[in-house]
Design a protein around this ligand. Structure first.
Ligand code: ACO
Ligand SMILES: O=CC(=O)O
Ligand code: MG
Length: 541
């Protein structure tokens, strides 16, 4: 096994070499050799669980003792994760890294996941930006000559590696691609763990898209191994798990338990949660995205249970993303701020200890709401929310009878899915479209909804059922409009055409494809040359 060839197929010279040192690559390879096989087994378990399920989802009988045992709690919070009232998220792109570090938020989540298109450049240079930030050497000059530098105080940094489902195909062991999650975690840990400790902080993470406590156990074992290997005391790492799949919502206690010596609570990843709901219950038709708000009974049940579960275990409960971004139009900007204010008020009132914003222009709004409620207290974990009683039925209480979709809703989902996918193929993992922040999670909702509406022939409010023919026609029309108005240069036209082909295939599969980003990555960003499937050839023709 030790003789398996290690190959790297992306750029490795210039500043890439500062991250892709032989020692750092050895560390990632060792991580993948240690844990790669378990990751593959857990992905297979995900597939089996989803395809062979015959009864409704429920809490696990086998882990009842963990839920019923009131005696355990998670480790006390690290000193710089005590007060998390406002957390800004975004990709570790150079300028945005500086802007996030200067934003005044308590925490910055540097995101290799929903907000990053995992091109080789984005994933390696993102690591370099993080390291430069810690070394105090991060600067940037824009094309217009605007100079960017990090001011004095910076937020606590948490890094979100990619999910277990994604491979990093540019690094292979004996021809096998390594896990993208271990690649992102490993490089950050290798370069920045000690740097963070030296400045009085630590290696902190956000863990995305977990589907079970066994996946949390795998992360915990990765943490223990990484700390031991690098001579860092056990329990130095801290990680907040996003509860953003419906199966994980049934295992919140168990996830905290698995990670208890490294846990920094849970976060309500509302957008992927909706996506997961559609994927896991394809026959329960959800209306358009704008109508499924956080006050829908099943979304409320999920967030209430999250707060109660966290606080019972002395862990932070962190709120989610109101996906509006301020616009330059003052009226729209005011509306966006009001929406964010309302969303954060609901969260703090429910017991959340902090929340996310997607833009520096929203930091003050979120902080003001939490300041008003928390005052000088760093969090509200003392509010145990014992009044909350959430059953399995509550988590699944989707009122989806008689859903009809409007033409506007259909066209919006088509437009966002197409534009986002094209941007992603061009290396941008988050974009503002129509005043909304769109990232991998929100785009997955759009395309999964289109798939669901096609597969159930959901009626439209103008008399015809949604069909593959209707949606593929809309995709073509959307692309035609962009082409005719001259909005696309040659590169953009190619990416839009690739996006249309990809979406057309995914939207017409018999079962809802697991992820948009996985086939998109394998086909277009992995540096490989995957042959097109017969379905894609048909679409392209
Ligand atoms: C479902 C989830 O997982 S949510 C978490 C993942 N998603 C995210 O993190 C999205 C983060 N947000 C973003 O990426 C951006 O806000 C976008 C793409 C939506 C909009 O960005 P822009 O189009 O650049 O917005 P806008 O022009 O208003 O930005 C103004 C300034 O704020 C900066 N900015 C905007 N958002 C951020 C951010 N999240 N972090 C740091 N800087 C930011 C811009 O770089 C720009 O800087 P400049 O004035 O120095 O040029
Ligand atoms: O990652 C966050 C989400 O809402 O999805
Ligand atoms: Mg997410």
């Amino acid at each position: 096994m030790a003789s398996e060839e290690i190959t790297i197929t992306g750029t490795t010279d210039g500043r890439y070499a500062e991250i892709l040192t032989p020692e750092a690559i050895d560390f990632v390879v060792a991580l993948d050799r240690e844990f790669g096989a378990r990751r593959v087994q857990l992905l297979e378990r995900r597939r089996r669980r989803r395809t062979t399920r015959t009864t409704e989802l429920d809490f696990l009988p086998s882990t009842r003792h963990i839920r019923d045992d009131a005696s355990w709690t998670v480790a006390p919070p690290a000193h710089d994760l005590l007060d998390r009232r406002v957390e800004i998220t975004g990709p570790p792109e150079r300028k945005m890294t500086i802007n996030a570090l200067n934003s005044g938020a308590k925490v910055w989540m540097a995101d290799f996941e929903d907000a990053t298109a995992p091109t080789w450049e984005n994933v390696v240079i993102g690591q370099l930006n993080l390291r430069d930030a810690l070394d105090g050497t991060l600067d940037f000059t824009s094309e217009e000559g605007k100079e960017y530098k990090v001011n004095g105080w910076i937020p606590t940094i948490m890094v979100r590696p990619r999910g277990w489902h994604l491979p990093e195909c540019h690094l292979r062991i004996g021809g096998r691609a390594v896990s993208a999650a271990l690649f992102d975690f490993g490089l950050y840990f290798f370069h920045c763990a000690q740097r963070q400790i030296d400045r009085g902080s630590g290696p902190y993470f956000y863990l995305p898209k977990l589907e079970s406590h066994l996946e949390a156990r795998l992360w915990n074992d990765v943490f223990v191994w990484a700390q031991e290997t690098c001579g860092i005391p056990r329990g130095t790492i801290r990680a907040t798990v996003l509860i953003e799949t419906i199966t994980a919502a049934f295992e919140m206690d168990e996830i905290l338990y698995e990670l208890r010596e490294h846990s920094a609570g849970l976060n309500a990843g509302r957008w992927d949660y909706l996506f997961s709901m559609i994927k896991n219950r394809p026959d329960v038709v959800l209306p358009e995205r704008s109508q499924v708000t956080m006050t829908a009974p099943f979304m409320r049940a999920y967030t209430e249970l999250l707060v109660r579960t966290c606080h019972r275990r002395n862990a932070h409960a962190i709120g989610g993303m109101a996906a509006v971004v301020p616009s330059r139009d003052p009226v729209a900007a005011k509306r966006a701020l009001n929406q964010v204010r309302q969303d954060k008020r609901r969260e703090v009132g429910d017991g959340f200890d902090g929340s996310w914003v997607a833009h520096p222009g929203l930091v003050d709004t979120c902080r003001e709401v939490f300041d008003q409620w928390l005052g000088d207290e760093p969090h509200q974990i003392v509010r145990k929310r014992e009044d909350v009683k959430v059953t399995a039925d509550d988590l699944l209480d989707v009122k989806a009878v008689g859903v009809q979709v409007s033409e506007v809703a259909l066209r919006t989902n088509v437009s966002v899915a197409l534009r986002y996918t094209a941007a992603w193929l061009g290396g941008r993992g988050a974009v503002a479209l129509g005043g909304l922040m769109e990232d991998a999670a929100t785009a997955e909702i759009c395309r999964a909804q289109l798939w669901q509406w096609i597969s159930t022939a959901t009626p439209t409010d103008y008399g015809v059922p949604v069909s593959a023919a209707l949606v593929t026609r809309m995709l073509r029309e959307e692309l035609d409009v962009l082409s005719e108005t001259g909005a696309l240069d040659e590169d953009a036209a190619r990416r839009f055409s690739q996006a249309r082909t990809l979406l057309t295939v995914l939207l017409t599969e018999r079962t809802c494809p697991e992820f948009l980003t996985l086939p998109a990555y394998l086909r277009h960003l992995s540096g490989g040359s995957a042959a097109p499937t017969p379905a894609e050839v048909t679409v392209a023709a």
